[in-house]
Structures are given as structure tokens and as C-alpha cells.
Design a protein around this ligand. Structure first.
Ligand code: ADP
Ligand code: ZN
Length: 521
């Protein structure tokens, strides 16, 4: 028996107009709201700026009881609550910065049914779970930044792990998990860890076709600085962000650019809160054209007219890269992005990844962005493929599309690889697949009986380094995918099967001569 019932005084569209001032829903918003209001769990993947918040804020107003919003960004809670209140919505937040009596007062007003949305940090919630269930009758739970629950996500937070227990305790209350970035494995993990029950899965397109994509490889620091300065001058009056790897890089680049007469400030987590908000304000008000920042900058910043983003250094993974370039062009107008890619950064990032708590995952994720940076096919196809979305044609708005590489009919080559993978029952990673294709007699290969396969040695005419690059093309084209949770085994996608069975052809890129070798994979 359902212990709560709905008060659908106003339809969702009316609430959107009345409280938020918008005329129509964006794609998926309405379906998500209807699904949640009907009591179902949901997993929502919408890129930053896509409008995730109303997907739980509107149900919160339609359902009886308190919608509990779990958010890791304590610093943003107050802003979010203030914004809701300014729209006439009764919202409150609980976190450890408040006194006991303040917290008590908030819980009391929840109890009296005066609060529609209660924002709370995950540590607070799991520490006080019984208190909250006494005081507030939850209508639903919204888990924001849900990827934090997964070690496969790019921002794992152990506090999130306890949310599964919450789900068990409130098994009849709908849970909505929301995130801007989660690859396939992370999605599965979110569903598993939060124990979502047959959730509605809502994934909006990750394609931001107004963002141009460009990678500049191997540019020396002096030249990089000159290029960036020239670029900024050309973008007179248009705001942009330069992302750097370290605080030191930020400050140094800022002073170098200032020396070249460019008005710029830096932003990183080592600054005082007052200085940070001063810089942020300056940028939001268009007093400041350029910011050199670490990844600390941008979370929760809603500035629609950022016209360009430069990555001075390679980001740690595709998730981070996607979010950071996504801060440009939120108004939908054209915006430019440039990624500088060089060997020194790769070495540094490799070391960081190897020393991180989750070395395997971090290294694998780094490898994927490395391959993006080194790719010979449309970059947008790779980016979208990473998030399991297929783009059926080249985008025309990336550097590879603008300077096309040469192509050839690679059907036969792809079939060789796929048939080897099939014969190994899709259980092996790239290294073993390549050794089988090349006819290696490695001990463990023989122990597995792979030297008896028909495809053993079928690709001996291609070097193992080139096989690596072809397999990467196949991954990037969506012919293969990596099962991260099965020892990085290569799996054949539906598109791959069409090629294997001769239903479609594979168009590969002629491997360009490399200036240097890709770091060993
Ligand atoms: P996210 O959490 O996905 O990053 P937000 O929920 O903060 O995005 O929404 C981003 C911006 O889009 C906000 O300024 C929000 O008010 C606006 N927005 C949300 N839904 C709509 C809509 N249906 N029509 C117009 N603007 C909207
Ligand atoms: Zn392209």
C-alpha cells in the first residue's frame, strides 16, 4: 500500500510557467517528470546546462511530502535554495555548517509540511538517516551528480556508497539519479548501487554541434603561448576559459599572457573564497574576458555566452573534457574549443593516474582521451561514441573533418579482427587479440588454446603497433567496445556484427606516419 499520495493541483506545464517562467519543456524533461510522479525510479543523463533540476523540482511540487535532494556541492546548496525561494518555492538545506537548533528548526518545518525541497549533503544524510525519517516524510529522493557513487565515474565519493542503504529503507519512495556524465559502465553501476527498481532511463543527446573541436598536438610551450595570445586577440571582447593542469600553470600562464597585454585572471582552489568569488563575478559580469583556471572553475557557473574554451593541458579523462568544453556555447551559438596535446602532459598524467586510488580505471580513462587526441577520424564521432551515442556521419565541425585523412575499404581487415575476437568468445583484451592475429606463440596464448584458432596468424602482415591503431579506430567508430568490468575485454557491437557478416562495409582511415610513437598501450 502506498503510504503517500499525489497532490497534482497543477499540471507540470503550468508549474513550469508559473514558478520557473519558461514556456515549454526541453527534450525529456516532461517525460522524466511524468515518470517520477507515477512513482517510478529514474536514471537521468543530461549534459550540464541541459536542465536537470526541474526534473525533480517540478515533481517535488506535485507530490505530497518533502523531496530530498542529495547534492555533494555544499557551496552551491545555498544558491540553489535561494534561487528556488526567489521563485516562490519553499526550499531549505541542511548541512554541517548549521547549528543544531538551526537544523532542528528546518526539520520541524519539514514535519509541518512547509518544505517542498530539502537539499542535503550525502554525509549529513547518512549520519542522520533515522532523524530525517522521523521528521520529514520523503515524497522522493533526487540524487544529484549520481556518478559520484561509482568508482567507474570520474569523481568517486565514498559518502555516496551509503545511499544504497537509504534506498532499502525507503523502498516505496521513487529515486531519481541525475548526472551529466556517465559512460555505460558507470550507468550500470549507478543503477546497481542505488538499487534502482526497473528505472526509466532518460539519456539526452550529448551532441553539442555548435562547439567546434580542435586538437593541436606537440606544440612547444613558447609557440603555444603565442598561438593562444593571437587567438584571444582575434576573439576580441568574447569571453573564454583556459583550463590548466595545475595551480602553478594557471598563475604562470596568467602572468605570461598579461605580459602580452591580455587582460586575464586566474582561478583555482588554492585561493581564498573571497578572491575566487571576485574573479568569478568579474567573469560573469563580462568585466573579465579571460580566465585561466584549474578544473575547480565552472561547477555551477551558468554563463551562457562563453565563446571559447582552450585546454592548455590534456584533461584526465573524456568526462572532464566533455564537461569543460561544454561550458562554451551554452546559448547554442557557435563556440570554439582547442585542446593542446603533448607528450610531457601525458607523462605527468600517467604518473598521477598510476598513483591514484583507482589506478586501473584512471589509466584506462587516460588512454581513451589520449586516443581521442591522436585520432584520425571525426572527433565528434569519438566523443559521442564514448558516451555510447552513435553519430552516423562525420560532423564537419572538427579539425579532422576540415582536413580529412585518406580512407580505404577496411572491411576485410576488420573482419579478421572481429572473427578472432569472436573465436576468443569476446573474453580477451586488445593485447591478446593482437598477439593471436600476429600468430604469437606466447605461453599463456597456447595454454588458452588460441594457437589452434583459424585466425591465429591471419594478421601477421600488419605490425602490432598498427593493429593497435586499427583497433582504436574500430573502438572510435563503434565497431568494438571495451568491457571495463570484464578485464577490458573487447566486445563486438551490433554495428560490428553487420560488418562481420558482410552486411555493411567498414571505412577505415589510412594510418598516417606518426611523428612519434604512441606511448605503449
Ligand atoms: P543542469 O543541472 O542540467 O546543468 P540546470 O537545471 O541548472 O541544468 O538548467 C540550466 C539552465 O537552463 C538554467 O538556467 C535553467 O533555468 C534553464 N532551463 C531549465 N529548463 C528550461 C526550460 N524548459 N526552458 C528554458 N530554460 C530552462
Ligand atoms: Zn568531425
Amino acid at each position: 500500500i502506498s503510504s503517500y499520495f499525489y497532490t497534482m493541483a497543477l499540471p507540470a506545464g503550468e508549474i513550469l510557467r508559473k514558478y520557473f517562467g519558461y514556456d515549454r519543456f526541453r527534450p525529456l524533461q516532461e517525460q522524466i517528470i511524468q515518470s517520477v510522479v507515477s512513482g517510478k525510479d529514474a536514471l537521468v543523463l543530461i549534459p550540464t546546462g541541459g536542465g536537470k533540476s526541474v526534473c525533480f523540482q517540478i515533481p517535488a511540487l506535485m507530490l505530497d511530502g518533502v523531496c530530498i535532494v542529495i547534492s555533494p556541492l555544499i557551496s552551491l546548496m545555498k544558491d540553489q535554495v535561494d534561487a528556488l525561494r526567489a521563485n516562490g518555492i519553499s526550499a531549505a538545506y541542511l548541512n554541517s555548517s548549521q547549528t543544531f537548533s538551526q537544523q532542528q528548526a528546518i526539520l520541524d518545518s519539514c514535519y509541518r509540511g512547509e518544505v517542498a525541497l530539502l537539499y542535503i549533503s550525502p554525509e549529513k544524510l547518512t549520519a542522520d538517516i533515522s532523524l530525517i525519517s522521523q521528521m520529514a516524510r520523503p515524497s522522493m529522493f533526487a540524487v544529484d551528480e549520481a556518478h559520484c557513487i561509482s568508482e567507474w565515474g570520474h569523481d568517486f565519493r565514498p559518502e555516496y556508497m551509503h545511499l544504497g542503504a537509504l534506498r532499502e529503507r525507503f523502498s516505496h519512495v521513487p529515486f531519481v539519479a541525475l548526472t551529466a556524465t556517465a559512460d555505460k559502465v558507470t550507468r550500470k553501476d549507478i543503477i546497481r548501487q542505488l538499487k534502482l527498481k526497473d528505472p526509466g532511463i532518460f539519456i539526452s543527446s550529448f551532441n553539442r554541434s555548435n562547439l567546434s573541436l580542435e586538437v593541436r598536438a606537440g606544440v612547444k610551450p613558447k609557440q603555444r603561448l603565442a598561438e593562444i595570445a593571437a587567438f584571444i586577440r582575434q576573439k576580441r571582447g568574447q569571453s573564454g576559459i583556459i583550463y590548466c593542469l595545475s595551480r602553478y600553470n594557471c598563475e604562470e600562464l596568467t602572468s605570461d599572457l598579461r605580459m602580452l597585454g591580455i587582460q586575464v585572471a586566474f582561478y583555482h582552489a588554492g585561493m581564498s573564497a573571497a578572491n575566487r568569488s571576485k574573479v568569478q563575478e568579474g567573469f560573469l559580469n563580462d568585466d573579465l574576458q579571460v580566465i585561466c583556471a584549474t578544473v575547480a572553475f565552472g561547477m555551477g557557473i551558468d554563463k551562457s555566452n562563453v565563446r571559447w574554451v582552450i585546454h592548455y593541458n590534456l584533461p584526465k579523462n573524456m568526462e572532464g573534457y566533455y564537461q569543460e568544453i561544454g561550458r562554451a556555447g551554452r546559448d547554442g551559438l557557435p563556440a570554439d574549443t582547442i585542446l593542446y596535446y603533448n607528450y610531457a602532459d601525458l607523462t605527468t598524467l600517467n604518473r598521477f593516474a598510476a598513483e591514484s586510488g583507482q589506478a586501473d580505471i584512471s589509466l584506462e580513462k587516460l588512454k581513451r582521451i589520449q586516443h581521442y587526441a591522436e585520432a584520425d577520424i571525426c572527433r565528434r564521432r569519438i566523443l559521442l561514441n564514448y558516451f555510447s551515442e552513435n553519430l552516423n556521419e562525420d560532423c564537419g565541425n572538427c579539425d579532422v573533418c576540415r582536413n580529412p585523412r585518406k580512407h580505404f575499404d577496411g572491411t576485410h581487415l576488420v573482419q579478421k579482427a572481429l572473427s578472432a575476437i569472436t573465436r576468443m568468445r569476446e573474453r580477451e583484451g586488445a593485447a591478446m587479440v593482437i598477439d593471436v592475429l600476429r600468430g604469437s606463440m606466447r605461453t599463456d596464448l597456447k595454454e588458452a588454446g588460441y594457437h589452434l584458432l583459424k585466425t591465429h596468424g591471419a594478421g601477421a602482415d600488419i605490425s602490432s603497433f598498427d593493429w593497435q591503431r586499427y583497433l582504436m579506430q574500430m573502438l572510435n567508430l563503434g565497431i568494438l567496445e571495451i568491457a571495463y568490468d570484464e578485464n577490458f575485454a573487447l566486445k563486438i557491437t551490433a554495428q560490428g556484427r553487420d560488418i562481420l557478416f558482410g552486411r555493411t562495409k567498414a571505412r577505415l582511415t589510412v594510418l598516417p606516419l606518426l611523428i612519434r610513437k604512441v606511448s605503449s598501450t
